[in-house]
Structures are given as structure tokens and as C-alpha cells.
Design a protein around this ligand. Structure first.
Ligand code: UDP
Ligand code: MG
Length: 349
């Protein structure tokens, strides 16, 4: 189901809705070196919260959760100051080290899973139009447990970012990964969906691949992506790493492709071998070293590629079996009890 993000109007009458009372919403914002824009973004987010509370869409104890992902600038000072000014509305998590966007987001969602009825995740530079939250809540009131923000207009992105991002979504689909096209990490999740998310304990985290696996009732809302007011914190290297995590965490098709390729080459070699045998008995000497050298090179290269690829997957298994925590809290502001640590304790047999 797709709707466009609409202006904030009163919520539908509880009698026609799955949700009966305004939910406690937490907006989770991962922040890495965001001192230059964070005050401005928080002003906009708090104004949005106020409007949503006043119009009855969300509960009065809704809040913004800022997750400082090991920033080296004044990001945490700003979060602390804003928490002191509005303790119920701005909550803060300081992670012990920089863990990357996905894990920082997960740390914020952990707090929301403990405290809120639903959570919206959004980037600190507010490139994702805040009006999308209205559409999310409309869907939530109608019973959706996961609502994806889908970028319908990416004209503010550079041509390179647009092309590489779209190529990535196509590649993921081709590899059989269930992924929502043009959806990044701007989404709403109900408490039930959040709790289900923490049943997935993988360290190689690619939330866009995990969330669709949860199931429950899902919906999408379209919105336009705005230009950012600062340099990206997702340079090409990080984008490629995330894409690689996405592919190798969700698809074993690359390994299967190597197997198929190996099989084709094996069959081709038998045919070629028979041809040379026939030529030999017909009295022709085997021609040229070129074909031989090419074959040796092609096979050597393919074998190395195959070993490397399998090594990548074994590396992932190695990282997963250690079950290291995906994030560690240094400080938490505004939550009476510390949120559940990660990884969640094993329930045992
Ligand atoms: N971010 C983070 N940890 C990192 C890098 C980025 O928490 O190591 C956050 C960043 O503060 C922002 C979000 O991830 O809220 C997305 O970053 P950015 O807007 O730079 O990415 P882009 O929009 O260019 O993809
Ligand atoms: Mg951005």
C-alpha cells in the first residue's frame, strides 16, 4: 500500500482504527560529527513532535532519541544541553565508540523497543522530508506495523549517488534479496516489529535486508529527498562496504554462480580435450601455446576468485560466531533504566 506524505490532519476516529490511543513515538536520530547542524535539526524535529502531539496523532511523552556514534566534535555537548533544556523530549545515547550508522541506529531502536509504542528512524541532516512522518502515522493508525519511506524524487542527489544507489537495488533484487526499492533507513516500526528486529542477532548488519523479513503488516509512503547542508558521512568506501554486507549477508548466489561457472568451464574443458585428442590421432600436432596459456590463466584466476569469495563468507561466519556486542553504551540520558544491552541474553534451550 502506498500513500503520499500528507499534511498533518487529526487522526481518524478510534472506532475505525486499529490503534485506539495516541502512541508514544520516539524519533531515532543517529549522529556522527553533526555539531554543525544538530541544533537546527533538533528545532525542526521538536516542532514536528509538538504539532503531532497537539493534533492528537501521538502521545505527549513522545521524544527524539539522539544517538552519538562516537563523534569527535561537540555533538554530545549539544545533545546533553538540549536534554537539560527539555529532559522529556530529547533523550541521548552516547556510544562508547564509532560503530557506523547501522549499529548506531540499532542502539537507538533498542531504547525505543524498551520505551516506545513505535519508532521512526531519520538521518540527522533531515534529508528525508519530515512530512513523511505524517504518512507513517496514518499507516500506523490503520494497523501497519512497519512503514517504509520510499524516495520518489532523488533529484537532490548527485547523478553518481543516484546511479550507484539504483544499480545497487537492482543488483540486490537480481541476487534474490527481498529489499524495498529506493528505501533507505527512514521508516516507522511498531514496538512489536522492533522486538522482532532484536531476534535477529547478526553482527554484519544490513537493516534494509532484515526488516522486510520480519513480516507483519507493512506499507510504504513516498517522499522527496532534500539536499543536505553538509558533506556526506557516507563516502563511496562506506557505501561499497554496506552494499557488500547487504549482498553477502542475504545472498549465497555469488558462491552458487562460481559453482555454475566452474561447471561450465569443466564441461568446456572436456569438449576441448576431446577435440585435441581427435586432432592428435589425425596426425596434427596440438597447435600453439596461446590457448594453453589462456586456459591456465583463466582457470588460475577463477580459482583465486572462488577461494576469495568463499573466504569472504567464512570471514562473515567468523565475525558472527564471536557474537560480539554490536554497540556499547557509554552514557544514556533520559531513560530511567539503562536500555537492554546488546546482544540480548540468549534465552537458553
Ligand atoms: N552516521 C553515523 N555513523 C557513521 C556515519 C554516519 O551515525 O559512522 C549517521 C549520520 O550522522 C547521519 C546518517 O548516519 O545521521 C547518514 O549520514 P549521511 O547523511 O552523511 O549519509 P548520506 O545521506 O550522504 O547517505
Ligand atoms: Mg544525508
Amino acid at each position: 500500500m502506498t500513500t503520499a506524505a500528507s499534511a498533518c490532519s487529526p487522526p481518524p476516529a478510534p472506532s475505525v482504527c486499529s490503534v485506539k490511543t495516541p502512541p508514544r513515538l520516539q524519533i531515532v536520530v543517529p549522529c556522527y560529527n553533526e555539531a554543525s547542524i544538530l541544533d537546527d535539526s533538533l528545532d525542526q524535529l521538536l516542532a514536528k513532535l509538538k504539532a503531532l502531539i497537539e493534533s492528537g496523532w501521538i502521545a505527549a511523552d513522545s521524544a527524539v532519541v539522539c544517538v552519538d556514534d562516537g563523534s569527535r566534535d561537540a555533538t554530545w555537548d549539544i545533545i546533553s544541553r538540549r536534554h537539560e533544556a527539555a529532559p522529556g523530549q530529547v533523550l541521548g545515547i552516547k556510544l562508547a565508540a564509532n560503530c557506523g550508522h547501522q549499529k548506531a541506529l540499532l542502539a537507538g531502536l533498542r531504547l525505543a523497543a524498551d520505551m516506545a509504542d513505535c519508532a521512526v528512524s531519520i538521518d540527522a541532516d533531515l534529508q528525508d522530508d519530515l512530512a513523511v512522518i505524517d504518512g507513517f502515522l496514518e499507516q500506523y493508525w490503520q494497523g501497519a506495523e512497519i512503514v517504509y519511506g520510499v524516495r520518489t524524487d532523488r533529484s537532490s542527489d548527485t547523478a553518481f549517488k543516484r546511479l550507484t544507489a539504483e544499480a545497487f537495488y537492482h543488483l540486490m533484487s537480481a541476487l534474490g534479496v527481498k529489499i524495498v526499492f529506493n528505501h533507505a533507513d527512514c521508516r516507522l516500526m511498531s514496538r512489536r516489529a522492533l522486538q522482532a528486529l532484536f531476534e535477529y542477532s547478526e553482527v554484519n548488519l544490513f537493516l534494509r535486508g532484515i526488516v522486510p523479513l520480519i513480516g507483519l503488516r507493512q506499507a510504504t509512503v513516498g517522499y522527496a529527498r532534500r539536499p543536505t547542508s553538509r558533506e556526506t558521512h557516507y563516502p563511496l568506501r562506506k557505501m561499497l562496504m554496506l552494499a557488500w554486507d547487504g549482498i553477502t549477508s542475504f545472498s549465497i548466489r555469488p558462491i552458487r554462480m562460481i559453482t555454475v561457472l566452474g561447471f561450465i568451464i569443466f564441461v568446456a574443458n572436456i569438449i576441448l580435450g576431446l577435440r585435441y585428442l581427435v586432432l592428435h590421432y589425425l596426425g596434427h600436432t596440438i597447435q600453439g601455446w596461446t590457448s594453453l596459456a589462456l586456459l591456465v590463466l583463466a582457470l588460475g584466476g577463477l580459482q583465486l576468485l572462488g577461494i576469495g569469495l568463499i573466504g569472504e563468507y567464512i570471514g562473515k561466519i567468523y565475525l558472527e560466531v564471536k557474537r560480539r556486542p554490536r554497540f556499547l553504551y557509554e552514557k544514556v540520558l533520559g531513560a530511567e533504566d539503562k536500555p537492554t544491552p546488546d546482544p540480548a541474553p540468549n534465552p537458553g534451550p
